[in-house]
Design a protein around this ligand. Structure first.
Ligand SMILES: Nc1nc2c(ncn2[C@@H]2O[C@H](COP(=O)(O)OP(=O)(O)OP(=O)(O)O)[C@@H](O)[C@H]2O)c(=O)[nH]1
Length: 248
């Protein structure tokens, strides 16, 4: 048979019990009353000391729990950030761009810009990878400065970026892309030979319920058309589609 848990207040309960017995017995004398009262006072003292100690202990435990909870929240935010952002630029990573674009498209129209740095290999080859990395960071800064409307900037490949623009039409997205193109072309990237950086842009638009893959491949195709036709320019996907139909 298992033993019952010891009563934490055994001593105090006994003191209370004897005091009750003395109190209830009419023949009780003064000495017994005094002894019972002394016992009660001692027990009460002890109870207060232990209660204070327990409260201090539980306060410390609560502080530690709060500290651990904050740390856990910080770590979970950090994990979430790392899982969704490119470590070099702080822009969204490819998976996060896809996820957010899917989410936007469920309920909203969305425009999309795809851009790629022109002749980037030459930058790496001429000045080294760290300079190439600095150009990538500088370019994302240009995009951030230029993006005045709500939207998300993502790095979907080495030197390829996407800007998703919920509830913007194709003409608005084209204007935004044009401002970005000018911001990059006008920016001083502090390259050793003082040369300038440019990028080529493709723009497309999708109605709510549209498919991310289709939007991306249309914008990407428009970006490659911008590369083929001289780089440092913005091409809209619907312009290519119209030109294609006319050529048929
Ligand atoms: N510094 C740096 N370079 C990268 C990174 N990711 C990809 N690259 C480089 O980007 C370059 C891409 O070159 P290409 O695809 O040939 O294109 P490009 O030279 O930009 O030429 P176009 O796109 O045709 O204008 C390669 O040299 C890659 O090594 C990165 O994170 N940092």
């Amino acid at each position: 048979m298992s033993q019952p848990d010891p009563d934490l207040f055994d001593q105090e309960s006994n003191a209370l019990l004897s005091a009750r017995v003395v109190y209830n017995v009419e023949t009780g004398d003064a000495a017994s009353y005094r002894a019972a009262l002394g016992e009660l006072i001692n027990s009460f003292d002890q109870l207060m000391r232990q209660t204070r100690r327990l409260i201090r202990h539980s306060d410390r435990q609560e502080l530690e729990m709060n500290r651990l909870n904050h740390r856990l929240t910080d770590l979970s935010n950090e994990l979430e950030y790392r899982a969704t952002h490119d470590p070099l630029t702080g822009a969204l990573n490819r998976a996060a761009v896809i996820e957010r674009a899917h989410r936007f498209l469920e309920n909203h129209d969305m425009a999309m810009i795809v851009l790629d740095i022109d002749h980037f290999k030459q930058i790496n080859d001429s000045f080294g990878h760290p300079v190439g990395d600095a150009v990538i960071c500088g370019l994302v800064e240009c995009l951030r400065r230029t993006l005045a409307t709500p939207g998300e900037i993502g790095r979907v490949g080495g030197e390829e970026f996407t800007v998703i623009l919920p509830q913007q039409d194709c003409a608005q997205a084209q204007q935004i892309a044009e401002r970005m193109r000018l911001a990059i072309a006008g920016h001083d990237f502090s390259l050793p030979n003082a040369s300038r950086i440019t990028a080529s842009f493709g723009v497309c638009w999708m109605p709510a319920g549209g498919d991310f893959r289709t939007a991306y491949s249309e914008a990407d195709e428009a970006m490659y058309e911008a590369k083929r036709t001289g780089r440092n320019r913005v091409i809209r996907a619907d312009q290519i589609l119209r030109a294609g139909k006319r050529g048929q």
